[in-house]
Design a protein around this ligand. Structure first.
Ligand code: PLP
Length: 406
């Protein structure tokens, strides 16, 4: 009988826009014994996770918890819980994940209006404002950091304008939260979602989110009329998904502990540990670490003679997109980097496919040793594949950044 071999997973240096490397402490806690979901220890873990979730989102919102599933489960939970058939929604698209929000809003029955700008750009506030005035939506949904293009949309003025005009603002902060500044309350954001596998450095599988009382009001209107298992106990504005019904999930996370789903035990241990590490480091220090490593990475790439894709003003600090040099097959370089160095960087989507690489520097992957390793692997692989680069300059430039010489 054929016996499957025990898995031997190689150690990698992951410099993609996700998943990032997981914190070793996070991986260790995942091996802890399973607790029952009403065990007092487990309930305490849930409450502490809510407190820590408020911290990373910089919010006083009561509702702050993870949805089990990948980041899009959180995005879909928010969208399908607040958008009702024929609600007007405006989505300014500037990359792949704006299309995801559009699809989810359409699936929820929304009357969805979009604009799309060239990949590599972001929106001026005045342009957003004019579109919003034209559409007059109930909801504006926007991506903060587009991993597909390495761009970051500024949100502060948009949030203020939406609040003044009683429009709900929903934000995908999957690629940005804790890797760069994000202020849910100060920026007037009504609902925001992130994922565990990027800057939080926890494995893929949960979508922490938060929302305010404006969203809670909609949920309470759409909720089951009373607790009961019969379908006639629902009102006609019922949220169509059970799994992603935030009105039920929030009750699971409330003192009533509604038995909605069976919480993902080991992932919750992992999330709490990942958040605890963030709290220990401090948000400010963590954001500064991401900025320093990004600066060293960019300095190294430019010193090599390569070019960064997109404007510097709206660059996403956690993802650096780099043009593939003329005559080089991008997949051959990635293959060599992983085979010879154990270093992974990412290809691009859609119209950018084959033209750029996307290099992530998120969470635990955002470390000096990783930056130096990705630069040396990229330079060496390019030279082996016949590209002409400035030999030896990249690491010197990156070290200059770390030694504060530039
Ligand atoms: C900006 C952004 N939003 C949403 C997602 C979807 O996340 P997931 O693959 O965890 O569902 C991703 C994944 O890469 C992303 O980068």
């Amino acid at each position: 009988m054929y016996m499957y071999k025990e898995l031997v997973i190689p150690q990698r240096t992951i410099m993609t826009p996700g998943p990032a490397e997981a914190e070793p402490r996070v991986l260790r806690i995942m091996g802890a014994p399973i607790l029952g979901q009403y065990d007092p220890n487990f309930l305490q873990i849930m409450d502490e996770t809510m407190e820590l979730t408020r911290y990373i989102f910089q919010t006083e919102n009561h509702q702050a918890f993870p949805v089990d599933g990948t980041a899009r489960a959180g995005i879909e939970a928010v969208i399908s819980s607040i958008i009702e058939p024929n609600d007007k929604v405006y989505i300014p698209i500037f990359g792949r994940f704006g299309h995801l929000m559009t699809e989810l809003s359409r699936r929820a029955g929304g009357d969805v209006y979009t604009t799309e700008i060239e990949w590599g750009k972001t929106y001026e506030f005045e342009d957003l404002k004019n579109e919003i005035i034209k559409v007059n939506p109930k909801v504006v949904a926007v991506v903060h950091g587009e991993t597909s293009t390495g761009r970051m949309q500024s949100l502060e003025e948009l949030g203020k304008f939406c609040r003044e005009n009683d429009i709900l603002l929903v934000v995908d902060a999957v690629a940005t939260l804790t890797g760069t500044e994000f202020k849910t309350d100060d920026w007037n954001i009504d609902a925001v979602i992130t994922g565990t596998q990027k800057c939080l450095s926890v494995p893929t599988g949960m979508a922490p989110l938060t929302y305010n009382e404006r969203v809670e009001k909609i949920l309470s209107e759409r909720k089951k009329i009373e607790q009961g298992l019969q379908i006639d106990s629902y009102n006609d504005r019922m949220i169509s998904s059970n799994y992603l019904d935030l009105s039920q999930i929030q009750e699971y996370w409330s003192p009533t502990r509604l038995n909605h789903h069976t919480e993902s035990t080991s992932m919750l241990y992992a999330l709490r540990e990942g958040l605890r590490i963030i709290k220990e480091e401090g948000l400010e220090a963590r954001i500064a670490r991401h900025a320093l490593n990004e600066k060293a990475l960019v300095a190294g790439i430019e010193a090599m003679g390569l070019h960064i894709f997109g404007d510097k003003v709206n660059k996403l600090p956690t993802v650096t997109c780099v043009y593939v040099p003329e005559g080089i097959k991008e997949d051959e370089i990635r293959k060599r980097m992983i085979e010879d160095f154990g270093v992974e960087i990412a290809a691009a989507f859609g119209s950018l496919s084959g033209k750029i690489w996307r290099i992530g520097s998120m969470g635990y992957s955002s470390r000096k040793e990783n930056i130096l390793k990705v630069l040396s692997a990229l330079e060496t692989s390019l030279i082996r594949n016949g590209a002409i680069v400035n030999r030896g300059e990249a690491l010197q430039a990156a070290l200059d950044v770390y030694e504060e010489k530039r």
